[in-house]
Design a protein around this ligand. Structure first.
Ligand code: GUN
Length: 306
C-alpha cells in the first residue's frame, strides 16, 4: 500500500475536532458574555516548552478561548509559583489552569499540581482527576492520551479485545493511556526502561504506543504485521546536512518511520501526528471547565464520559 494511505493525519484530525468544538465556545460567549479562559504558566525559558505554550495560546485565540499567560523566571520560588496558582484558582474569570512541565528541579511538580483546583485542572494531572479516570468515572482526561485515544477510536472503531502495548509509564502519557484503553476492553501492557524482552512484548501489539523519548528506537524488529502505531515521541535530532555540511536539527519520533511503515497498518507521523491533537484536546478540556464553572452540563460530540 502507498505510504500516504497509512498515515494517521493528526493535523487533519485536530482541524475537524476543533471545527466541532468551536460552536461550543461561541455558544458560551452568547450565554455568559465572556469567552472560556485558559491560564498558562511557563517557568523559565526552555525552548521546547516556550514553543508548546505559544502553540497553545495561538490555538486558543483561533478557537474563541481567551488565554492568560503567566511567565515566570526559572529562579522563581516554589512559594511564589504557588501564590500565582492560588490567585488563578480564586479568579472566577479563569476556567482552566495549565502549568507547563517540566519545572526547574528546585520546585516539586507534584506539590504544584496538587494545588491546582481540580475543577480547573485541564491537564487532568491532579490526584482527584487522575483517580477518577482510573475508577472509570473521568472528569478531565490528560490531553495527549485523550488525543491518541480519539484517533485510535476513529481508525479502529472497535478496540475491544485488542492487545495494546505502551512503551513508557509516565503520568502524562503511559499511565492514563493504559486506563483509557482498558476501559475500552483492550488487554494492556505497560512497558518501561526496566522491561525485559521489550521487543517480544511489542511484537504482540495490535496497538503500539510509544512515549519513551528515545529517537527512532522502535524499528521493524518491534512491530507486528498490520499493527497500528501511535508515536508520542518528539525528539530533536542533530545531523550534518550532507550538501551544506552545516549542523542542523530535525524533529523525529520514537519510531523509525521508514523502517516500520511497510509492516504497520497505520502510523502517526512526527511532526503532524499526536502533537496537534494534544492541543485540540486542551481546548476541549478548557471549554468543558468553563461550562462546569457555570454549573452547566457539558455533553458533546465525544460522548458523556469525556
Ligand atoms: N509537558 C509535556 N506535555 C505536557 C502536558 O501535557 N501538559 C503540561 N502541563 N506540560 C507538559
Amino acid at each position: 500500500m502507498e505510504h500516504f494511505k497509512k498515515i494517521i493525519d493528526g493535523k487533519k484530525y485536530s482541524e475537524e475536532f476543533l471545527q466541532k468544538l468551536h460552536p461550543l465556545s461561541t455558544e458560551f460567549f452568547k450565554n455568559f458574555n465572556r469567552k472560556p479562559c485558559l491560564a498558562v504558566i511557563l517557568v523559565g525559558d526552555n525552548t521546547a516548552s516556550s514553543i508548546y505554550v505559544k502553540n497553545k495560546v495561538r490555538t486558543a485565540k483561533k478557537n474563541g478561548i481567551r488565554s492568560v499567560e503567566v511567565i515566570l523566571s526559572r529562579n522563581v520560588s516554589e512559594e511564589d509559583l504557588l501564590n500565582e496558582i492560588f490567585k488563578l484558582n480564586d479568579d472566577q474569570n479563569v476556567d482552566g489552569i495549565l502549568v507547563q512541565l517540566p519545572l526547574p528541579i528546585h520546585i516539586s511538580e507534584r506539590k504544584i499540581i496538587n494545588n491546582i483546583s481540580p475543577i480547573k485542572d485541564v491537564d487532568g494531572f491532579h490526584p482527584t482527576n487522575f483517580g477518577k479516570l482510573f475508577l472509570g468515572d473521568p472528569n478531565f482526561i490528560p490531553c495527549t492520551p485523550l488525543g491518541c485515544f480519539y484517533m485510535l477510536k476513529n481508525e479502529l472503531k472497535v478496540l475491544s479485545g485488542k492487545n495494546a502495548v505502551i512503551i513508557g509509564r509516565s503520568n502524562i502519557v503511559g499511565k492514563p493511556m493504559a486506563s483509557l484503553l482498558l476501559s475500552s476492553n483492550c488487554s494492556v501492557t505497560i512497558t518501561h526502561s526496566k522491561t525485559e524482552n521489550l521487543r517480544e512484548h511489542c511484537k504482540k501489539a495490535d496497538i503500539l504506543i510509544s512515549a519513551v523519548g528515545i529517537p527512532e528506537m522502535v524499528d521493524d524488529t518491534y512491530v507486528k504485521q498490520d499493527a497500528i502505531i501511535i508515536d508520542v515521541g518528539i525528539n530533536r535530532l542533530q545531523f550534518v546536512n550532507s550538501e551544506t555540511k552545516a549542523n542542523e536539527t530535525k524533529l523525529v519520533g520514537d519510531v523509525n518511520f521508514k523502517k516500520v511503515v511497510d509492516i504497520a497498518k497505520k502510523i502517526t507521523p512526527v511532526p503532524g501526528g499526536v502533537g496537534p491533537m494534544t492541543i485540540a484536546c486542551l481546548m476541549h478540556n478548557t471549554i468543558k471547565a468553563a461550562y462546569k464553572n457555570k454549573k452547566e452540563n457539558f455533553a458533546n460530540f465525544l460522548g458523556e464520559n469525556f
